[in-house]
Design a protein around this ligand. Structure first.
Ligand code: HEC
Length: 153
C-alpha cells in the first residue's frame, strides 16, 4: 500500500515537468547565470593586471619582473618604479627612450608604448606590478591614472 502511494507521488511530479518542458531550460539557464556570476568573482583586478602583464610586458621584463641583464631594466625591486609610480601610466601607454638608471645600473634602450590598454587596464596593471614579486610599492587609483594620462608629454 505504502509502495503504491510512493509510485503515484513520483508519477505525479514527473507529470508536472512533462507538462512544462521549458522548466528544464529555465533551470539550466539559472545554473548558467549563477556560474557566470561566480566566475566573475575570480576575475579580480589583480588577475586582470596579471593577464595584461603577461600579454604585453613579460616578453621583455620577464615573467617575474627581473628584466634582462644590461638590456631591459627590472621591475621587481626597482627603485625607479618605486620612486616614479606617477610616471608609469605614460610609460606604459607611450613607451620610453633615453638613458635611465635603475638600481644603480644604466640602461639606454627603447620601450614601445602599448596603445591597446584602457585607462582601467593600466590601473590594474600598475597595481599588479607594484604588489607582485615581493614589491611593496604604492598602489594607484583609476582617477590618478586617468589624470596622469591626460598630462602625458
Ligand atoms: C620590447 C621590450 C619591452 C616591452 C614589451 C616592455 N618594456 Fe618596459 N622597458 C623596456 C626598455 C628597453 C626600457 C628602458 C628604456 C630606456 O632605457 O629608456 C623599459 C623601461 C621600463 C620602465 C622604467 C624602468 C624600470 O625598469 O623601472 C618601466 C616601469 C617599464 N618599462 C614597464 C613596462 C611595462 C608595464 C610593460 C608592459 C605594458 C613594458 N614595460 C613593456 C623594454 C620593454
Amino acid at each position: 500500500m505504502k509502495k503504491r502511494a510512493l509510485l503515484l507521488k513520483t508519477g505525479r511530479s514527473c507529470g508536472f515537468l512533462r507538462a512544462r518542458p521549458w522548466l528544464v531550460f529555465v533551470g539550466l539557464a539559472a545554473v548558467w547565470v549563477w556560474a557566470g556570476l561566480l566566475g566573475g568573482c575570480y576575475d579580480s583586478p589583480y588577475q586582470q593586471g596579471r593577464d595584461a602583464y603577461f600579454d604585453y610586458c613579460a616578453n621583455c621584463h620577464m615573467e617575474n619582473g627581473t628584466g634582462l641583464e644590461q638590456l631591459i631594466p627590472p621591475l621587481r625591486g626597482a627603485d625607479y618604479v618605486r620612486d616614479s609610480v606617477h610616471r608609469l601610466p605614460c610609460i606604459i601607454r607611450h613607451g620610453m627612450t633615453g638613458k635611465i638608471v635603475v638600481n644603480g645600473v644604466e640602461y639606454e634602450g627603447e620601450m614601445p608604448g602599448v596603445k591597446e590598454l584602457t585607462d582601467f587596464e593600466i590601473t590594474n596593471l600598475i597595481n599588479y606590478i607594484n604588489t607582485a614579486w615581493g614589491n611593496d610599492f604604492p598602489t594607484v587609483t583609476y582617477d590618478m591614472v586617468k589624470k596622469e594620462l591626460e598630462k602625458c608629454p
